[in-house]
Design a protein around this ligand. Structure first.
Ligand SMILES: C[S@@+](CC[C@H](N)C(=O)[O-])C[C@H]1O[C@@H](n2cnc3c(N)ncnc32)[C@H](O)[C@@H]1O
Length: 270
């Protein structure tokens, strides 16, 4: 219970994440969403559980760890952007966080509220939460001045504290059986995403979009280079702004962004 790496779960979450430069996950656990999403320029992963953060480093295949004087346990140079992991209190971090004009995005996956769990008496994490912990967290997250997405199960406590936020409810399969995941966002469902690879709300829908991307890329691949570039530049000219100006700073990055958008950027599970 808890990891967001389940089939159909991380894809739905990533398809809610708007473009950002700094990614903050204050209750990281094994940070499945961070692992599957396209890297940000800087990512900050926090957890009270040092062992979980250690496993993130191991699973990410990090090459390089440098202790940091600022209390940063590990700094992972693994080709996934600039990633810092902190052992500490994520709520406290959010309280003190200042976006300072940077495009910060926060994804919160705190321990589930006990009363929403199948077995409310069982502890699932080393650092499980009481109702009071959730009551302390909610005003902090509600007061953040940047886009925030919160995962959980439906509860009146969350619905009231996050009233006015956008909500998506979707089915998920957990080790304990079927469940309904809920996402609360303090922004409207975005048309511009940080990562477009997982759009579609069901596997068949994601597969259909993926196949279409592959067919477009194959058709481009069959063209003479100059014709392919003509097609790409026409697409960028017509729709480049739609995929986010930050991806389209130069002709090369524009073409690369388009190629990525068309499905040339890797083969993760849909
Ligand atoms: C639901 S799990 C996160 C799972 C994660 N999304 C994943 O994909 O593996 C919640 C995590 O919050 C951590 N946690 C609990 N209280 C915390 C706090 N005050 N500050 C930071 N982390 C905390 C727990 O150790 C646990 O790893």
């Amino acid at each position: 219970m808890g990891s967001k790496g389940g089939e159909g779960v991380y894809q739905r979450i990533i398809s809610w994440i708007p473009p950002h430069d700094v990614y903050v996950e204050p209750f990281a656990g094994l940070a499945a969403v961070w692992r599957y999403k396209r890297p940000a320029r800087r990512s900050i992963l926090i957890d009270l559980d040092a062992a979980a953060l250690d496993r993130i480093g191991d699973e990410a295949g990090c090459l390089d760890r440098i202790g940091d004087e600022a209390g940063c346990l590990d700094r992972i140079g693994d080709g996934r952007g600039d990633v810092e992991t902190f052992v500490g209190d994520g709520v406290d971090y959010l309280r003190r966080m200042r976006p300072n004009g940077q495009r910060v995005f926060v994804y919160c996956d705190p321990p589930y509220l006990r009363e929403t769990r199948r077995d409310p008496d069982r502890d699932y994490y080393l650092n499980d939460w009481s109702r009071e912990d959730h009551e302390a967290f909610l005003p902090v997250v509600a007061g953040l001045g940047c886009p925030v997405l919160v995962s959980g199960y439906w509860s009146d406590l969350y619905a009231e504290a996050l009233a006015g936020w956008a909500v998506e409810r979707f089915p998920a399969t957990t080790r304990a059986g079927p469940a309904e995941e809920v996402l609360w966002a303090n922004y409207a469902r975005p048309d511009s995403l940080h990562d477009y690879r997982f759009i579609g709300s069901t596997f068949p829908e994601r597969w259909r979009i993926h196949k279409r991307q592959r067919n477009w890329v194959k058709a481009l691949g069959r063209m003479a280079p100059v014709e392919r570039r003509a097609m790409l530049s026409a697409i960028v000219e017509a729709y480049g702004a739609d995929v986010g100006g930050e991806l389209l700073g130069s002709t090369t990055s524009a073409v690369m962004a388009t190629i990525d958008l068309l499905g040339g950027g890797g083969s993760r599970a849909l």
